[in-house]
Design a protein around this ligand. Structure first.
Ligand code: FAD
Length: 457
């Protein structure tokens, strides 16, 4: 019986889940070769340790978004299937003007009645704009009667008639957005606001570090996994198969495949040359459609103890410093940690501008940004780490107007129907999105293997 050959480019969550999903659903013989440019698998899920203590922290994706209260939650199901225990994460406070605002009562008491009325009005507008069910379905335009809102998100924020209220809302969402309100849509801006509400989603992380997810996937995938193997180019052969040219441990190699999956983030799609005018043009169009780069910067600091727990006990807080950032108690998810770890997640233009500073300066800026009531904790500094993620996520994932699922995943359906894209930028810039994308493509390829390589009509 024919053994189908599948090439997957990228060993991040997208590539790994495509291989895993294909393995679960395909009922024809096939063989996967997975190409990873670096020497590690897992992409932007990365859980390193400090050198001066064994404390872990999340340097990339910090949390998983849970939707099981609504309907299917493929990511939660995958994590359960892999036997990975999870910890719920809680956080709803904004630290503004050196005060912790944990709820609307605090907003009224500290920012006044006008600010309270403006925040309440915005909250109502946002929730009217998108119900929890619409939020859950927002990446699936097929069958939806909801028209995409083409306005930019700053138009909605401009309608807030109180400066403190606006500052409070911006601080709350800036690090999730990873961009500026004028560079994203009303829909994506509202999604990033309502996700703070428990009716819309829950948050959790994996005990022992989020990187356990890619590790468990790698342990279960039956494939040739080529690390240190950047892909240089993809081209079509006369018999319609696709050729991947790569460089493995310094040696050039070429491999031919029946199906190829490009599981690269948007900002790395151009690291591969797509040969032939028609394919090159299709990939250019695809790239341009989703070309809304957004930025993150993480500064993570090890302290000799979690001094903030005298006043702050959640897993994270939003902080009105450095353009509005998220401050994680990284040590709250590591029960074995003997130290305290705080992580600052900066987003958008602040992240991009500050990424040019050296690590030492960034660590100092983070320490300086601690609110006054925590300032004495600076003395407890042990070690700092910086991770720059410029252009690594999307300001308007899915594009201004969502495309059909097929269109998102197959950039050139006529002459390169066996070449697929997988990515979070096709959905919502999250791990849930990249898994949906991987499952969609895996099911498509499995169906075609069953049908002698052709699409079912
Ligand atoms: C700071 C930060 C925080 C985040 N927080 C969250 C969060 O809390 N929750 C959430 O759901 N999502 C979060 N995300 C997004 C999440 O990390 C992504 O959705 C996910 O990593 C996308 O997976 P991917 O496989 O598409 O890309 P990546 O994880 O980027 O993996 C791509 C892989 O392809 C490899 N590669 C690149 N070029 C080539 C080439 N030419 N040949 C071969 N291999 C190549 C790379 O080395 C990499 O290993 C965050 C992202 C960042 C940057």
């Amino acid at each position: 019986m024919r053994v189908w050959k599948v090439g997957i480019i990228g060993g991040g969550p997208g590539g790994l889940t495509t291989a895993y999903s294909l393995q679960k659903i395909a009922d024809r013989p096939f063989h996967v070769t997975l190409f990873e440019a670096s020497d590690r698998l897992g992409g932007k899920i990365l859980t390193p340790q400090f050198s001066k203590a064994s404390s872990r922290y999340e340097a990339g994706a910090a949390e998983f978004y849970g939707y099981s209260q609504f309907d299917d939650d493929p990511l939660r199901e995958l994590i359960a299937e892999l036997g990975l225990p999870v910890t719920q994460m809680e956080g709803c406070a904004v630290i503004m003007n050196n005060r912790v605002l944990s709820n609307l009562d605090d907003v009224r008491d500290h920012l006044g009645l006008e600010a309270f009325a403006a925040v309440t009005a915005f909250d109502r507008r946002a929730r009217d704009h998108m119900t929890p069910e619409e939020f859950y379905q927002s990446d699936y335009p097929e069958g939806s009667t909801r028209q995409p809102d083409r306005r930019r998100f700053d138009s909605m924020l401009d309608a807030i008639d109180n400066d403190d209220a606006r500052q409070y809302i911006e601080a709350m969402i800036h690090s999730d957005l990873a961009t500026e309100p004028k560079q994203t849509s009303v829909d994506y801006g509202v999604q990033n606001y309502v996700m703070n509400h428990p009716a819309y989603m829950s948050l959790y992380s994996i005990e022992g570090g989020n990187e356990r997810l890619p590790r468990e996937l790698v342990a279960r995938i039956d494939a040739d996994i080529l690390r240190d193997c950047p892909v240089r180019s993809v081209c079509k052969l006369e018999d319609d198969r696709l050729r991947i040219a790569s460089r493995h441990h310094g040696e050039d190699r070429q491999d031919d495949f029946d199906f190829v999956v490009i599981a690269l983030p948007h900002n790395q799609v151009n690291s591969v040359a797509f040969e032939g005018d028609r394919l090159a043009e299709a990939i250019r169009t695809h790239h341009d459609y989703f070309n809304y780069p957004a930025h993150y910067l993480r500064v993570t600091i090890l302290f000799d103890e979690p001094f903030w727990r005298r006043t702050l006990t959640d897993s994270f807080w939003m902080l009105d410093r450095m353009g509005g950032c998220c401050l994680y108690d990284e040590s709250s998810r590591d029960l074995e940690s003997t130290h305290g770890v705080l992580g600052w997640l900066l987003g958008g233009s602040n992240a991009e501008e500050m990424s040019h500073l050296d690590d030492e300066r960034l660590i100092q800026e983070a320490l300086d940004s601690l609110p006054d009531f925590l300032a004495d904790g600076r003395e407890r500094f042990v070690e700092g780490r910086v991770h720059r993620w410029i252009g690594a996520v999307n300001a308007m994932p899915g594009g201004m107007v969502p495309l059909s699922q097929d269109r998102r995943h197959q950039p050139e359906p006529t002459e390169h129907a066996n070449l697929y894209m997988v990515g979070d930028y096709l959905y919502d810039s999250t791990l849930n999105g990249v898994l949906d994308s991987a499952n969609y493509v895996a099911a498509w390829i499995a169906g075609r293997m069953n049908n002698n390589g052709k699409d079912l009509v």
